[in-house]
Write a protein that binds this ligand. Structure first.
Ligand code: NAI
Ligand code: MG
Length: 395
């Protein structure tokens, strides 16, 4: 393989615990790379007034591939009060650096595989006919639009007069026309056709490449006619090139109601930003939760790979560390896939599956223990032991 350069951003809290573990696994699997460390997160906010320093953005622009751990976010006012004294009152406003990264590099596609590993005690089980217990083989991959929709950031409390005037051109705004400004909050849900088209086309291409027999557009077009409607339209067009893959259309509310009824029926699922956030957390909960939930943020040129979990500050300083490194390792495996290192990616996935199936090494979450230093005495593996076990299975 060619030697690569990968930007690594451990960030805050357990990001600093799990990211180095993923690098150990990549190196043990034979991935050759120069790791270029870049800063992101709370320390940069406190000391520079900017959680996403410009030099980090430049490094990502240069190398185009990054691994990200997690960051700590706090509400605006609390964030402002933690700024170092000489930076206060200089107009710095806290923002989420990961949302900013997605927008800055147009990382418009978030991929979140929710695939159950056989033998994981956290897998969802349900009652079957009679007194049987079933463990459905969940294998869903959520494609979440990552840059638009309700998280596009176009919102106001007390909107300016031009906005009110524009809204007044819509007959349905009449009901709100007399609401005083300070009592009127508006968040927009903007979808663009190119973004809808791209996520639908990428979802079908992924389904085709990975042998999935269906793509589900999970939106709410019966009510959100314009935005959800556009996504459904583009889904139907994308499907024309893949006649062997079925297109299903579901509503987000019904999909969540059926979540535990037939999750094994779904393959690739496409949704806008908000519904994609909801449905991916829902499915992740069926296959082990935060210790297993990996994700990729993919643009046309840049890919950033990160576990879904946050910085879990209460576990950040534990020595030995107890958190599950698998979500981060699986995110790094998604990076390998994206870089075309399929064989290496498959070897690591197989090693993770073998450790889980064997069941000898389990972190506290897998044992359903309360987190904390005492989890080790109760039989939980440390973070490092889990990584070592995976490396030992690489063969
Ligand atoms: P969190 O994901 O950090 O932790 C929630 C709980 O999930 C933890 O207390 C722990 O019980 C469990 N958990 C998380 N990761 C785990 C792992 N690898 N293995 C085992 N158990 C794990 O979410 P929380 O506590 O709501 O937020 C903590 C901080 O992280 C906040 O500042 C929040 O803003 C930030 N955050 C950052 C994200 C990111 O960097 N993308 C995403 C979510 C939250
Ligand atoms: Mg979420």
């Amino acid at each position: 393989m060619t030697r690569r350069t990968v930007v690594i951003m451990p960030g805050d809290g357990i990001g600093n615990v799990v990211l180095p573990e993923a690098l150990r696994v990549l190196e043990a699997a034979g991935f050759e790379a120069d790791w270029v460390e870049a800063g992101i997160g709370w320390d940069h906010w406190v000391n520079e007034g900017n959680p996403l320093p410009e030099r980090t953005v430049e490094l990502i622009a240069e190398h185009r591939v990054a691994l990200f751990g997690a960051i700590t976010s706090k509400p605006k006012d609390l964030a402002a009060s933690e700024l170092k004294p000489e930076l206060r009152d200089r107009g710095f406003v806290y923002y989420s650096p990961i949302v900013a990264l997605r927008q800055r590099f147009d990382l418009d596609i978030s991929i979140r595989p929710c695939i159950a590993f056989p033998g994981n005690p956290l897998n969802f089980i349900r009652r079957g006919p009679g007194d049987t217990i079933e463990e459905p083989p969940v294998n869903a991959v959520i494609f979440r639009q990552n840059t638009e929709g309700l998280y596009g950031g176009v919102e106001w409390t007390d909107p300016p007069p031009e906005v009110r005037a524009a809204l007044a051109t819509h007959p349905k705004f009449a009901r709100f026309a007399e609401v005083p400004g300070p009592d009127l909050a508006i968040s927009t849900r903007i979808f663009t056709r190119p973004a809808c088209r791209r996520i639908c086309e990428e979802a079908f291409a992924y389904a085709d490449a990975h042998g999935y027999s269906s793509v589900t557009i999970c939106e709410k077009p019966n009510v959100l006619r314009e935005t959800s409607g556009m996504m459904v339209e583009e889904g139907r067009k994308a499907q024309e090139r893949y006649p062997h893959i079925q297109l299903w259309e579901t509503n987000i509310d019904a999909q969540m109601m059926w979540l535990t009824k037939n999750p094994e029926d779904y393959g690739v699922i496409v949704a806008g930003n908000m519904f994609g956030d909801i449905i991916s957390d829902g499915f992740a909960g069926l296959v082990g939760g935060l210790g297993f939930a990996a994700s990729a943020n993919i643009g046309r040129e840049v890919g950033v790979f990160e576990p879904t979990h946050g910085s879990a500050p209460k576990y950040a300083e534990l020595d030995p560390p107890i958190v599950n490194p698998i979500a981060m390792i699986l995110s790094a495996v998604m990076m390998l896939d994206w870089l075309g290192e399929k064989e290496m990616a498959e070897r690591i996935r197989t090693a993770i599956a073998a450790v889980i199936a064997e069941g000898k090494v389990r972190t506290y979450d897998m044992l359903k223990l309360r987190g904390g230093p005492e989890a080790i005495a109760r039989g939980a593996a440390t973070t490092t032991q889990m990584t070592d076990a995976i490396i030992a299975k690489l063969g």
